[in-house]
Design a protein around this ligand. Structure first.
Ligand code: 5GP
Ligand code: ZN
Length: 116
């Protein structure tokens, strides 16, 4: 289940290189090309869903697996104890630019709230 013109489907297919840091049968994590913090990793389901709402509606445990993968990445990056942010920008007004659902795992510095 992929879309030929989707950037992240092409990363899953290894057609576009990425620095992969974690992988399961159904999830993939790779470093953001434009990191906003010392740790900035994107966690995605390998199957294509346009956003977090579509992923949650899929109802087969995949959202659960993506969130668990995000926490595994945080542990691997050494930010799980100090704290990290897991962000799913959902829709254009939230700043979503790639419409293959992805969680941003951001950490390694103090993060402010509210976000911009
Ligand atoms: P969004 O704005 O949709 O929440 O996040 C998209 C993220 O994907 C951005 O943080 C952007 O830097 C990242 N990104 C865009 N193109 C690429 C790419 O080709 N490779 C990687 N690793 N990250 C990308
Ligand atoms: Zn896709």
């Amino acid at each position: 289940m992929s879309e030929a013109d989707c950037l992240f489907c092409r990363i899953v297919a290894k057609e576009i290189p990425a620095e992969i840091v974690y992988e399961t049968d159904r999830a993939l994590a790779f470093r953001d090309v434009n990191p906003q913090a010392p740790t900035h990793v994107l966690v995605i389901p390998k199957d294509h869903y346009r956003d977090a709402a579509a992923l949650a509606a899929a109802d087969h445990g995949l959202a659960d697996e993506v969130i668990k993968a995000a926490h595994a990445v945080a542990q691997q990056e050494g930010v799980a104890e100090t704290g990290y942010r897991l962000v799913f920008n959902t829709g254009p007004a939230a700043g979503q630019t790639v419409f293959h659902v992805h969680g941003h795992v951001v950490g390694g510095r103090d993060l402010r709230w509210p976000p911009g």
